[in-house]
Design a protein around this ligand. Sequence first.
Ligand SMILES: [Zn+2]
Length: 122
Amino acid sequence: MHETSVAQRMVDTAIEVADQNGGGRVVGMSLLLGEMTCVEPDTLRFAFGVVSRGTRVEGCPLEIVRVPTRLRCRACGAERGGDLLELCACGMPGGEVLAGRELRLATIDIDEEAARPAGDQG
Ligand SMILES: [Zn+2]
C-alpha cells in the first residue's frame, strides 16, 4: 500500500529530526498533502498509527493539510483550480501545476522536556 511507505518515511524523518534536537518524543506533526497526490488522508492516518507503534512517534497527533490543485494554462496563462482533465476557459487542456503535488512534512514538534537525561534533575 502506497500510504504505508509514505507513513514510514514520515516516521523515519520525525525520528531523525527528534534525534537532531535532543532525542525527545515527537508530540506533533503536520503534513502538506496536495489533492493531486494519490494518498488517501484517512488511510495515511491509519498507516501512520500502525508504523509509529513502538517508536518515539507513537501517539503523536497528525495534522493533514490538504493543498488544493492550482493549474496555469500554457496557452493563455490563466490560473484555475480543478484537475488536469478539465479544460481551461480558452479550451486548452492541462497546464502547468502550481500546487497540489505537495507531500511533505510542514512541522515536527519535539518534546524537549522529555529529551533531558533522567539523571539531570538533581
Ligand atoms: Zn487558457
